[in-house]
Design a protein around this ligand. Structure first.
Ligand code: NAX
Length: 328
């Protein structure tokens, strides 16, 4: 048995937190040989609800759960943290302008980045789930100068899993036959789910589907707007599927991506594929020896170029706005 890993979850009393914590404590995040010590960070008014969730975690008697701490103090929450799941964020409310949204989230992700910088373990890995995830990750990373920027990631995995599911449904293949899907750009409606390099049972997906109208008018909007469709149907935003994607992201980061496949990660651009360096953007990535590496050398056709550039332009706009607000 390994020694316990410190896992901090922010927004622990929220709906994703509720779907996520039990899976972490049961061993699905890090595997059956790794005990976890959980830190739950919440805002003061939600501490009581977080305590209720912690009581239920106790009542599961998970053999791998070595401890739970609940706090509203980011410094305490991130002291010694190995895996930080930043789920809590300020949602956009009616009439809220983009600058207000970015500014409210800056007020959350700046101090959390500082607290990670001050106290995290040297191997810390950060996944930002709270929206706008890519830009929130950028804010947190820019306040953690002592932590390599590659350790700050934003969640594109839910979009990635949605794309796999849609492609499987279209081709009639099992999801396990789908590989090499990529979600480029922002975790927003501008994202580009790319099947040009994807494979269905080892054959090129775009050629297997051979239906550009479906790709442009059905697949891409269905994946990109799936979050809104879930809200419409469920009356609440994606929670269990988001928690599942967070588990997948961290599990692969720690244990490596499947042989012959890659996944989609919101990670810092090194300038590959003409995406400005320093932006946190969806990219095709493999986890090698515990670090994400951008998959290189993919051919980008004209259609893909336009879609990638449009989503990247949105990210540049968000980055410029947070720069103007003094948040990075
Ligand atoms: P909830 O509103 O249910 O929960 C959010 C929790 O965060 C609340 O309990 C709140 O008290 C807490 N919180 C707020 N500020 C905090 C702070 N400074 N420190 C600690 N906790 C804080 O939202 P939920 O449905 O759980 O969604 C959480 C976030 O995930 C939202 O921003 C949402 O937009 C985002 N999502 C991101 C996805 C992705 O793929 N990247 C998909 C799912 C989800 O929409």
């Amino acid at each position: 048995m390994n020694s316990p890993v410190n896992v901090t979850v922010t927004g622990a009393a929220g709906q994703i937190g509720y779907a996520l914590l039990f899976r972490i404590a049961s061993g699905q995040l890090l595997g059956p040989d790794t005990p976890v010590s959980l830190r739950l960070l919440e805002i003061t008014p939600a501490l009581k609800a977080a305590e209720g969730t912690a009581m239920e975690l106790d009542d599961c008697a998970f053999p791998l759960l070595s401890g739970i701490e609940i706090t509203d103090d980011a410094k305490k929450a991130f002291d010694g943290v190995n895996i930080a799941l930043l789920v809590g964020a300020r949602p956009r409310t009616a009439g809220m302008e983009r600058a207000d949204l970015l500014s409210a989230n800056g007020g959350i992700f700046k101090p959390q980045g500082e607290a990670i910088n001050a106290g995290a373990a040297s191997d810390v890995r950060v996944l930002v789930v709270g929206n706008p995830a890519n830009t929130n990750a950028l804010i947190a990373a820019s306040h953690a100068p002592d932590v390599p920027t590659e350790r700050f990631t934003a969640m594109m995995r839910l979009d990635h899993n949605r794309a796999i599911s849609q492609l499987a449904a279209k081709t009639g293949a099992p999801v396990s036959d789908i590989s090499k899907v990529t979600i480029w750009g922002n975790h927003s409606a501008s994202q580009f789910p790319d099947i040009l390099h994807a494979e269905v049972a080892g054959k090129n997906a775009a050629q297997t589907v051979n239906d550009q109208a479906w790709y442009e008018n059905d697949f891409i909007p269905t994946v990109a707007k799936r979050g809104a469709a879930i809200i419409e149907a469920r009356g609440a935003s994606s929670a269990a599927s988001a928690a599942n994607a967070a588990i997948d992201h961290v599990y692969d980061w720690v244990n490596g991506t499947a042989e012959g496949d890659w996944t989609s990660v919101g990670m810092v651009s090194d300038g590959s594929y003409g995406i400005p360096a320093g932006l946190i953007t969806g990219l095709p990535a493999r986890s090698v020896n515990g670090s994400w590496e951008i998959v290189q050398g993919l051919e980008i056709d004209e259609f893909s170029r336009g879609r990638i550039d449009a989503s990247v332009a949105e990210l540049v706009g968000e980055r410029d706005a947070v720069k103007e607000l003094g948040l990075i």
